[in-house]
Ligand binder design. Structure first.
Ligand SMILES: *Cc1c(COP(=O)(O)O)cnc(C)c1O
Length: 369
């Protein structure tokens, strides 16, 4: 699904030098490079503050901890998402409230969330799934009116943009109360291990997030809160600092691959190509098709052709064994069920050449021929 080796080969001279520099400095934790990366990412995103942490799951957990949610408080989130989004909610003793997604965009919408709000709702987690922004104008309006904070799960969409109705635009992860992202190697901006970050424009909240991520310390050995230990290490920050200036090029390459796939499948009556919403700049973390029929056979056929197609996600979060008897489901989630039976994702990364794309596209179309 991804080709991290070829990307490394292209960046090797810069990458090796950056890693060597960390080795020579021996500042493996909290090295200057971590601060430098955080500042560079904040600049890139146009955000006030970036607080690095150990992974995207921790980022979500730290966000909910900093908002001081209490056991029993409800957090509204999609069920059609990666498990980590909702896992942290349950881990903190909070109640996930699962809502349906829009079947065209794969994303949650404010309208469905609003209907699921109760007296106990204390946070909303919009997930920018597959690299496309949720429709944020209505979410921001809902958050303003209700006072309920928005925690954006931006793990799949770093670099994506949202176009507001009034003509302004913003990067995903920078619009809500807190944005969370992941630098897992296969993400659009991936390091060579685990990494994550929190994003906010609120100085006081940034300070609190920093404290929660660092044992609740206000200064060394003075612990004001119960926190966690969640750090981005210097080697990973060095990798990310090398890659960040290439992120727009990475996105351009992903979008070019998506354009190729679109052209190959737009006339295939059995497939629906990914919808590109007019309010979003899609960064194609995944290229996800909807197969009207035969999805599982198609995936098996592709595997027999050495094409690594994947299903993200075959089981909705609220139907996972781990969630048996937990959480609240807002309705039957018909769109989420419908999608989980029909979606499949094709190889998507920065190193796909025309020959590979053609082979993948031909294999898919041949299945239906
Ligand atoms: C990858 C991912 C996460 C978790 O990130 P990790 O760094 O793997 O912990 C959370 N939410 C979504 C939607 C993801 O895709």
């Amino acid at each position: 699904m991804v080709d991290l080796r070829s990307q490394y080969q292209r960046l090797k001279p810069q990458m090796d030098a950056a890693l060597q520099q960390v080795l020579d400095s021996a500042a493996f934790i909290n090295g200057q490079v971590v601060q430098e990366f955080a500042r560079s990412l904040a600049d890139y995103l146009g955000a006030g503050y970036v607080i690095p942490c150990a992974n995207g799951t921790d980022a979500l957990q730290i966000a909910l901890m900093a908002l001081e949610l209490q056991p029993g408080d409800e957090v509204i989130c999609p069920s059609f998402t990666y498990f980590a989004t909702v896992e942290v909610v349950a881990l903190l003793g909070l109640t996930p409230v699962f809502v349906d997604v829009n079947p065209r965009t794969f994303n949650v919408e404010a309208e469905a969330v609003e209907k699921a709000i109760s007296r106990r709702t204390k946070a909303i987690i919009p997930v920018h799934l597959y690299g496309q922004s949720c429709d944020m104008d209505p979410f921001l309006e809902l958050s303003r009116q209700s006072g309920i904070p928005l925690v954006e799960d931006n793990a799949q969409a770093i670099g994506a943009e949202y176009f507001f109705a009034d003509g302004r635009k913003a990067k995903t992860g920078t619009m809500g109360t807190i944005g969370c992202t992941s630098f897992f190697p296969s993400k659009n901006l991936g390091c060579y291990g685990d990494g994550g970050a929190l994003i906010t424009n609120d100085a006081a909240l940034a300070e609190k997030l920093r404290m929660v991520a660092n044992h609740g310390q206000s200064r060394r050995y003075y612990h004001d809160l119960i926190g966690v230990n969640s750090r981005l290490d210097s080697l990973q920050a060095a990798v990310l600092l090398v890659k960040l200036p290439h992120l727009d090029d990475f996105i351009r390459r992903r979008r070019a691959a998506a354009d190729f796939y679109d052209a190959a499948f737009k006339d295939n009556p059995y497939l629906t190509i990914p919808y590109r919403s007019p309010y979003s700049f899609h960064v194609f973390h995944q290229y996800t098709l909807i197969a009207k029929e035969g999805r599982d056979d198609l995936v098996r056929f592709l595997h027999s052709r050495q094409v690594p197609a994947m299903i993200y996600y075959p089981v909705l979060c609220h139907e996972q064994k781990a969630f048996a008897g937990k959480g609240r489901v807002a309705g039957d989630l018909p769109h989420s069920h419908w999608l989980s039976e029909r979606v499949l994702s094709l190889p998507m990364h920065t190193e796909l050449d025309e020959e590979q794309l053609q082979y993948i596209a031909d294999s898919v179309n041949e299945f239906f021929a």
